[in-house]
Design a protein around this ligand. Structure first.
Ligand code: OAD
Length: 246
């Protein structure tokens, strides 16, 4: 089938009462100028994300880890949501049980006005005390931080970014919201390499519960063959074409 026919057939599944869940990854923000993690511009100073995004890396060298996050915060602060974010924001207001589960920590879905966003890997814009003093976690939009690592206003220890690192648990609240979101009619998996678990296993769970699963990605991923439909292409193009058919 041609892409056009596949899109037509997919559009017919978007009935007004369809329960739509979308799982997103870094590819959705690529057109906004945010480098993906595993793409050609993803490496920062020759570090792979798995080397920096861990509690062990932070314990060993908080300054270097923060330099990476501070760089990403500066970069994202200058970016704007793209057509892919905008279409998903529209859907979030149109479909009654819409949910968007994102691995992205850049906050661009929220800035596009998307409702019901579940942040599976936390947020680049939240910070908390590394020593887990009573300060809790809060929003801090300072860009760039004058000193790295920034210090906790309560105990003076280092702050940490509010993201989920490799080896850390997904926040309970996000897991519960995701569990509910996987009971859906349509599950779109957009712009993720589907290699980082547990996020990479979510579409298979939705499919087992009866959802029609669709991948949107210019490249094949380990999840592609498990999908009901894999649409090769960029999120901003495919979502735009789909929206025109709805
Ligand atoms: P990756 O960098 O692993 O994958 C990005 C995916 O986006 C790739 O499969 C690309 O083919 C695809 N892509 C690129 N441009 C695209 C476009 N315009 N439209 C659609 N897709 C496009 O990013 P994630 O899968 O999000 O976790 O990475 C998962 C997790 O690994 C991240 O949340 C982060 C990272 O390390 C933590 O930090 C814990």
């Amino acid at each position: 089938m041609t892409l056009e026919r596949e899109l037509d057939a997919l559009a017919r599944r978007f009935s007004p009462e369809a329960r739509v869940t979308v799982l997103t990854g870094a590819g959705v923000s690529a057109a906004s100028g945010v480098p993906t993690f595993r793409g050609p511009d993803g490496l920062w100073k020759d570090f792979r994300p798995e080397e920096l995004a861990t509690p062990e890396a932070f314990a060993r060298d908080p300054k270097t880890v923060w330099e990476w996050y501070d760089w990403r915060r500066q970069l994202v602060a200058q970016c704007r949501p793209n057509r892919a974010h905008d279409v998903l924001a529209l859907w979030s207001r149109r479909y009654p049980s819409f949910a968007l589960v994102t691995q992205n920590v850049d906050g661009l879905h929220e800035r596009a006005g998307t409702e019901n966003v579940v942040r599976f890997h936390g947020s680049l814009w939240e910070v908390s005390c590394w020593s887990q003093c009573r300060a809790g976690s809060w929003l801090d939009m300072t860009v760039p931080f004058p000193r790295l690592p920034p210090s906790c206003p309560h105990c003076g220890g280092p702050l940490r970014p509010g993201v989920v690192w490799f080896g850390e648990a997904i926040p309970e609240e996000a897991l519960e919201a995701t569990g509910r979101a996987l009971d859906c009619d349509l599950c779109l998996v957009v712009g993720t390499s589907s290699v980082v678990y547990p996020a990479a296993g979510l579409s298979a769970q939705a499919r087992r519960r009866g959802a029609f699963t669709v991948e949107i990605n210019p490249e094949a991923t380990p999840a592609s063959t498990e999908m009901d439909l894999a649409l090769p292409g960029r999120a901003e193009d495919i979502l735009n074409s789909l929206e025109r058919l709805l």
